[in-house]
Design a protein around this ligand. Sequence first.
Ligand code: ZN
Ligand code: ZN
Length: 361
Amino acid sequence: MNYKARKRAASQWMKRSGLDALLITHLPDVRYLCGFTGSNAALVLTGGKSVLFTDGRYIQQAKEEAGGTKVVIEKKSAVTAACEWVADSGVASCGFDASITTVAALEGMRKAIPAKVRRRLFVASDAPVATLRQVKDEDEIQKLRQAAKLGCSLFDGMLEYLRPGLTEIDVAATLEYRARQAGAEAMSFETIVASGPRSAMPHGRASTAKLPRRGFVTLDFGVVLDGYMSDMTRTVHLGKAQPEERDVYDAVLEAQEAAVAAVAPGVSAGEIDEAARSVLRRAGLDRWFTHSTGHGVGLEIHELPRLAAKQTQKLEPGMVITIEPGVYMPGKFGLRIEDMVLVTSEGHEILTPSVKAWIEL
Ligand code: ZN
Ligand code: ZN
């Protein structure tokens, strides 16, 4: 991982914003910039220097993971230690990420510094590191590719396992056990298994409900490999489908493929959303598509950019996004299809090639 280049990019952003220092307290941002994965950390960038604050539990780990960054071990909270250090260093302005800093945390930051600089030292910034993180470098693309590939092989394996009578929890447990056996550090989020009428819940957690003899099963899951998360959804049908189920599936698949096809540099996030939504509108199903089309994914499951209606942000090569339209008809059924897609200089590449065509088991 090229932490030097990342820290340089963050420092350049800082200078462009007229700031002397940048305080990073969001742990995935700290990891992104210096490699440290401990649970108590704050990173300060200033004048070409980077200083990582953590505590005595992490003396060895910080040294191993955060090479190239000065490490300060403190008994107090890392954020408090970092704030005191910033105030002592005499910088006039220090940015912090207002999008993830709570009111209580900001209060704590202000309390840690002398009263005379309290009013002007900390400057609210809008997601500085999250903005950098949305364009992935080669190392990150490689890791996301591996995670997505593992997700696909797990899904393919589940096709032989799924059958009526299993509980949704059986399905989630088996999937997660196989994921860990295959080397996953963790799941990206709580595995979603939603079957039969429960498939109408976009985020149906695996329950004790049994897979039906006839009906949809939606699997939405991801694995974490080396910190990077995959995210994919496939919906399969158990038993013979009703014509309406088949029609809705075809419409969602067409919407998903239309949105994937639209992915290219310079296209706005809103246009991608509209590519999916317009297909479902024509099919008279758009009122059942109740969420946005996708999101960035990386060290966290939901990152920038957001792919939603009217979003003007343009896609750039190196972004890794999900495309996941769905239709959910309460009391009846629902389904979603989700891929991870890399924006390339020519267009796009699907990182989750598991079959999306209709599957009846
Ligand atoms: Zn998902
Ligand atoms: Zn997703």
